[in-house]
Design a binder for this molecule. Structure first.
Ligand SMILES: N[C@H](CCC[C@H](N)C(=O)O)C(=O)O
Length: 279
């Protein structure tokens, strides 16, 4: 199986052209090739498919083989993948995703795609959209309990579920709380967990514990959910620089939509050897 390895500010995935549906998205196989020692090593796998409604369809899978509805860093790279492989000559691309339609505008410098701006759609603060088990319609700076410990956060959906927790300073360890919250019954479809420090009204700093992948260097949907949560809590203005471990994203909230701009890069091209197909 031929693949292209790409990263968006350090959030790295295995990319394949699966328009002919040769790959069956077996979760165990995705986990195996995502392993950073026994496989290629990645935060998961992202596939390009045909769409009868838009230019292309995106399917995204976390490192544990679970399918996510949307991937912000991933869709920038997938649009670059399609353009670089001459599957399109358009720089304005519409994708079908499990979160709905997403629009990508490629950024070219000296003829090379270096990044993209994505319309990440309309965010929701309704807990039913995550889903989250909570005794009110919204959880905005709300309290919830996991494993006997009280947490305070804001639940946002950008097509996939996020719980955004603002802290005075970013914690050293996000794995303990991140893992517990991800797998708690409070979020029946699990959840992505964001730990956020407000630097000023145009600058956030954050770390992310991703559903199905653990801590990643960056999370595009997580950064977008965080910006919307910060706006709802009047912590920032409507344009913000989000600093993640792997780099920066520029996010703007306009006309009810979130727009995200960030880098996209191809690191290498390779082939998975046949003997690895053994289940
Ligand atoms: N772990 C996420 C999917 C990947 C999102 C992230 N990598 C991004 O850039 O948006 C989920 O299961 O909802």
């Amino acid at each position: 199986m031929k693949f292209t390895k790409m990263e968006g500010i350090g959030n790295d995935y295995i990319y394949i052209d699966n328009r002919d549906h040769f790959f069956d998205y077996d979760p165990a196989f995705i986990t195996k090739i995502s392993d950073r020692h026994m496989g290629i090593g990645a935060d998961g796998l992202i596939a390009l498919e045909n769409s009868d409604k838009y230019d292309f369809k995106m399917r995204m899978f976390n490192a544990d083989g679970s399918e996510g509805q949307m991937c912000g860093n991933g869709i920038r790279c997938l649009a670059k993948f399609a353009y670089d492989n001459k599957l399109t000559d358009k720089t304005h691309l519409e994708f079908e995703t499990k979160a709905g339609k997403r629009i990508v505008d490629l950024i070219l410098e000296d003829g090379q795609v270096t990044g993209a701006t994505v319309d990440m759609g309309v965010p929701s603060s309704k807990v039913k959209d995550l889903p989250m088990v909570y005794d009110a319609e919204e959880c905005i700076n709300g309290e919830f309990v996991v494993g006997g410990k009280r947490y305070r956060g804001t639940a946002i959906s950008v097509g996939n579920p996020h719980i955004v927790m603002f802290t005075k300073h970013l914690p050293e360890d996000i794995e303990t709380d991140g893992f517990k919250i991800e797998h708690s019954g409070v979020f029946p479809e699990k959840v992505n967990v964001e730990f956020v420090e407000v630097i000023d009204r145009n600058h956030l700093k954050m770390r992310v514990w991703e559903r199905g992948s653990g801590e990643t260097l960056a999370c595009g949907t997580g950064a977008c959910a965080t910006v919307y949560a910060a706006i709802l809590e009047n912590k920032i203005d409507t344009t913000c620089d989000v600093e993640l471990l792997g780099g920066h994203l520029s996010i703007t909230y306009r006309d009810g939509h979130l727009f995200m701009t960030g880098q996209a890069r191809t690191t290498f091209i390779g082939e998975v050897m046949e003997e690895n197909y053994v289940r």
